[in-house]
Design a protein around this ligand. Structure first.
Ligand code: BGC
Length: 318
């Protein structure tokens, strides 16, 4: 073997150790955010169901203790066959447990454009995941048809508005490329808005910054109204979730999270979106715009609305 100088070996070892420390998720603040401990989750949930939906006549209420303590991790590659008929999903992607009376009604709002395979995988996965949680839910997919840059937040407002009109007390605002891997990550609202996706594979399971409030979040309908929903002005990628966070901050509404191990998500692969050019300028004036820009000035054209077997499909031009 060639004679390698001692200095070089020591230098190499230091670099390797440094990289291990730097790249290891546990060394990157994975546990550095506050979260609701498992034992306290049931006391922090917001128990509310829609009045209009006919729930079953079961006398026993669903019990959520087991799901909160469930330590299963699902595989992100569920296929069509995994969605069995027993799920009894109603047209429009609405479902409720048959075996007990649910204590939560959640609308899952998904902004969407041009990713049919991803949408297919998302729907199969989510119905399997949600069915296991014994909640009442409905999936709304809001599709932007025009050729303007994608406006995620405006699509969220549109879906939220429809879901609130249908009486949903809890909204989950969800990207189509994210799959929650832990059934313990209950898709119900907590009293405070909750960041669900704090531990994503793409970010090596590290929360990039403490006030990140994008990806998948759960918020009570009344709180969503209090902040006038999200801004309608963010075209292209980025900033709209930070804007939403500053709205909550402005109204002194604190966010919360579950522990990192429960908040694990798998991000499906896709090409990066075009970044929004105006996002920094918009963010600078986020709080000032809140009273005028959001649910109260929401305008769009609905092109079609259909009840697909797995989701409510709203097609719009923004
Ligand atoms: C963007 C957010 C995004 C976050 C994580 C931020 O720079 O403004 O919109 O969610 O990065 O990707």
């Amino acid at each position: 073997m060639r004679n390698v100088p001692k200095k070089k070996i020591i230098y190499g070892a230091v670099v390797v150790i440094f990289l291990i420390v730097l790249l290891h998720p546990d060394m990157n603040g994975r546990r550095s955010y506050e979260y609701i401990p498992k034992e306290a989750i049931l006391d922090n949930l917001y128990y509310a169901v829609t009045k209009s939906f006919k729930l079953n006549n079961s006398t026993n209420e669903c019990d959520y203790r087991d799901i909160v303590f469930d330590d299963t991790t699902l595989s992100p590659s569920l296929k069509d066959g995994d969605l069995d008929d027993g799920h009894k999903i109603r047209a429009g992607g609405e479902c409720a447990p048959l075996e007990c009376r649910p204590k939560f009604s959640t609308a899952i709002v998904v902004p969407y454009r041009n990713r049919p395979e991803q949408l297919h995988d998302f729907l199969i996965y989510m119905h399997t995941f949600l069915r296991r949680q014994q909640i009442h839910y409905r999936i709304y997919v809001i599709e932007q048809l025009d050729s303007l840059p994608f406006n995620r937040a405006k699509l969220m407002n549109i879906g939220a508005k429809l879901a609130m009109k249908a009486g949903f007390p809890c909204l989950v605002l969800h990207d189509v490329d994210l799959l929650p891997l832990r059934p313990a990550n209950l898709y119900a609202c907590t009293y405070n808005p909750r960041h669900l996706s704090s531990s994503i594979n793409k970010f090596r399971y590290v929360l990039p910054y403490l006030h990140l409030f994008g990806g998948a979040i759960a918020i009570r309908a009344d709180q969503f109204r209090t902040v006038n929903g999200m801004s309608n002005q963010y075209y292209g990628w980025g900033g709209e979730d930070d804007d939403f966070y500053s709205r909550l901050e402005n109204k002194e509404i604190k966010i919360c999270r579950f522990e990192p191990a429960t908040s694990v998500y798998y991000m499906l692969n896709h090409k990066p979106e075009v970044k929004g050019e105006q996002r920094h300028a918009l963010l600078d004036r986020a709080e000032k715009r809140m009273p005028l820009d959001g649910l109260n000035n929401l305008k769009y054209t609905e092109i079609a609305a259909t009840l697909h077997p797995l989701f409510t499909h709203i097609m719009i031009n923004i």
